[in-house]
Design a protein around this ligand. Structure first.
Ligand code: GAL
Length: 687
């Protein structure tokens, strides 16, 4: 078999303007630790916390994320004493601090003064205080109060020797992202005026002749509140963009205060790039705004092979970081408490999960949370220090992981070596999810997951890229779901293929422009000339109906969707054998310039996807890697050499061929030519 990854590191999409340091200050190790909420405990417990943190090898903790009501107890009355003592204690122990701005939970006194800052749902219901994240991101009162507490924190702690990183807010976008109140409506109109300039242009962009929705004045325009039937899709799409931007304005406001008052300390906010966890943030735009990209990831405990979703989230995170190092700021040591059945992690899973994030570019592994809470909604959530205390499996695994991460300190600042790119765009996803599409089976996330899994199963390391990003350097580019594509994106893909790239596009891509308006002419407007075909008509399938595709490389099975594909230069690789489009092309290939563009017009099952992907990958010159499906291999490369992470998610021991000799860093043993990886464990070879 071919050896493991060997291509050059390929930079991913988003270049980030340099805005100061991009790594936690003063941290000369991988980050290891978690959210630390000492305010939930008597102060006598803190020294024990710190002692145990040292025992576990903790290097950094996140502090103060939810502490606004304890730091500003009434407007302008500050009580920083406890936080002073805590930061001093952590500093004495050599533990770095990721300091939160607590702006995700304004105190009760704030809502007493400003009940209007509570967000309003699409149905017009105002949320209440008592949970967290009840924020109208357009509220001037909220913005002023958030800026106020951020400024106080920066003034007080800018020079504190424990401070390594600022952690702004918490997971923008969840639990509430959009607010439909009047203040938000006015803010939306200002945002629309900046985007569309005149009401006339907005009418054109939103297609308002349809259903008599023409506007004469800005003040007549509202958020897409509850409407009797499907609401204007272009209006909803702009609202989704506005919602992401309104939160981003608040992030920027806090970040700029921190940069001004504490220059030299990087600023992050914890993303949730997993598509199952946050839908409302355009992380391509946000990735450019933070000094260090950080991410939270939680397994869907009951999902089989949930390590694939973990890998996908880590790859997305690295890609929004422009390929640079990022930081896993939260995951769990064991069960969470908010899923229907919160399965415990199996022995070894904690380390495999953590090291899988590190393999894919994270500069450490942090958890929610340090010590399990006794009260509140998260008292049944796992922690590094569980209710069971230190005589527990989780604690022993936590201590072992701390020591593993110490052995891996040399990998810092190395870069992940990717084989191929997947195009993804949150805005296209938002557009496709709206009502009244040709079939409920058209699900962008489902296809993105399926195509990513197909790549994972072939042991390809995948970057994600924005459709307008420079794709030079990727031998293979996959497009699982890009319903919305601008002309510029279409031209970008054309250049990519003409220049020698192999492009594989899934159905229902390139259909509409940025206003959710169908590209003129036959589908797929943005991609017709790249793919060398047109689509005469969509042919959605019945629920449960499947179709057979015949071709030289064997039969394939698909369901959900079919199309009348009319080749205009493309050749046919597979033909529909049955179903509404029997006898017509199903999978095509168009030779263009020195590259090729493949098109898959139906929802292939996993085996079918694998067959098509194998052929396209071979054409792109990517190697076959004959490894068990759930033995994950990822390479990071840096100045000190190549690091091969091998994560065995199976119960069986595996033997993995190596491209050379090296040292296994977790056991310290020399390895030659091949590596033994016991079931459920991880090995990292420094080649
Ligand atoms: C995260 C959140 C944490 C904690 C955790 C529980 O989304 O940032 O504060 O609630 O979930 O899994």
């Amino acid at each position: 078999m071919d050896h493991l990854p060997s291509r050059a590191t390929t930079p991913a999409a988003a270049p980030r303007p340099a805005a100061g340091p991009t790594a936690p200050v003063g941290l000369d190790a991988l980050a290891y630790g978690g959210d630390y909420n000492p305010e939930q405990w008597p102060e006598e417990v803190w020294p024990e916390d710190v002692r145990l943190m040292r025992e576990a090898g903790v290097t950094m903790v996140s502090v103060g994320i939810f502490s606004w009501s304890l730091l500003e107890t009434e407007r302008g009355r500050y009580e920083f004493g406890w936080l002073d003592r805590l930061l001093d204690l952590l500093h004495e122990a050599g533990i770095r601090v990721d300091l939160g701005t607590p702006t995700v939970v304004p105190p009760a006194w704030f809502y007493r003064e400003h009940p209007e800052a509570l967000p309003v749902s699409r149905e017009g219901v105002r949320y209440e205080f008592g949970g967290r994240g009840a924020i109208c991101h357009s509220s001037p009162a909220y913005r002023a109060a958030a800026a106020g507490i951020t400024e106080q924190l920066a003034l007080r702690y800018a020079d504190h020797p424990a401070l390594a990183l600022w952690h702004v807010h918490n997971e923008y976008g969840v639990p509430v992202s959009a607010c439909y109140c009047e203040e938000s409506a006015a803010h939306f109109r200002r945002w629309l005026a900046a985007r569309h300039t005149t009401v006339k242009e907005l009418n054109a962009a939103w297609g308002t002749p349809f259903w008599g929705q023409h506007y004469n004045r800005w003040e007549d325009i509202r958020p897409p509140r509850l409407t009797p039937t499907a609401c204007n899709p272009a209006q909803q799409l702009d609202w989704a963009r506005f919602t992401s931007d309104a939160m981003l304005e608040n992030f920027r406001s806090e970040r700029d205060i921190l940069h001004r008052l504490a220059p030299g300390v990087p600023v992050t906010t914890n993303f949730m790039t997993a598509l199952s966890q946050c839908e409302s943030v355009d992380y391509w735009a946000w990735g450019r705004e933070v000094d260090l990209v950080s991410n939270d990831h939680y397994l869907v405990a009951e999902a089989e092979r949930n390590h694939v979703n973990l890998a996908m989230s880590a790859d997305l995170t690295r890609s929004v970081a422009g390929g640079k190092p990022w930081l896993l700021l939260e995951h769990s040591t064991g069960a969470v408490n908010w899923q229907p059945r919160n399965l415990a992690k199996r022995p070894g899973e904690l380390a495999r999960n953590s090291l899988a994030h590190v393999a894919r570019g994270s500069e450490g592994a942090m958890f929610f949370q340090w010590r399990a809470s006794r009260y509140g909604t998260e008292k049944f959530h796992s922690a590094m220090l569980p209710h069971a205390g230190t005589d527990s499996r989780i604690w022993r695994e936590v201590v072992a992981l701390g020591s593993d991460l110490t052995s891996l300190a040399g990998i810092r600042d190395s870069r992940v070596v990717a084989d191929a790119a997947v195009l993804w765009d949150w805005q296209s996803w938002w557009a496709q999810k709206l009502e009244w599409r040709p079939s409920v089976e058209l699900d962008a996330r489902e296809r993105a997951d399926a195509w990513y899994a197909a790549g994972y199963d072939r042991h390809l390391t995948l970057d994600f890229a924005h459709p307008e990003a420079d794709l030079t350097g990727y031998p293979l580019v996959l497009v699982p779901a890009l319903y919305l594509m601008t002309e510029a994106a279409g031209q970008n893909l054309r250049r990519y293929v003409e220049g020698g790239g192999t492009l594989v596009v899934s159905y229902f891509s390139g259909i509409v422009d940025e206003h959710d308006t169908v590209h003129a002419g036959p589908h797929p407007g943005a991609l017709r000339d790249v793919l060398g075909l047109t689509i005469e008509e969509f042919a959605p399938l019945r629920a449960g109906q499947s179709v057979r595709l015949t071709g030289a490389a064997g039969d394939l099975t698909a369901d959900g969707w079919a199309e009348w594909v009319v080749p205009q230069g493309a050749g046919t690789l597979w033909t529909y054998a049955d179903g509404p489009t029997a006898g017509h092309p199903a999978v095509t290939r168009h030779a263009l310039g020195t590259g090729s563009a493949w098109y898959v017009s139906s929802r292939l099952d996993a085996a079918g996807l694998d067959t098509v992907l194998a052929r396209a990958a071979a054409e792109a010159g990517l190697p076959e890697r004959e490894l068990p499906r759930d033995v994950e291999v990822v390479e990071r490369a840096g100045e000190l050499g190549r690091y091969l992470f091998v994560i065995n998610h199976t119960d069986e021991d595996a033997v993995v061929p190596l491209p050379g000799d090296g040292v296994e860093l977790l056991t310290g043993s020399a390895v030659r030519g091949a590596l033994d990886v016991p079931g459920n464990s991880t090995r990292v070879v420094h080649l």
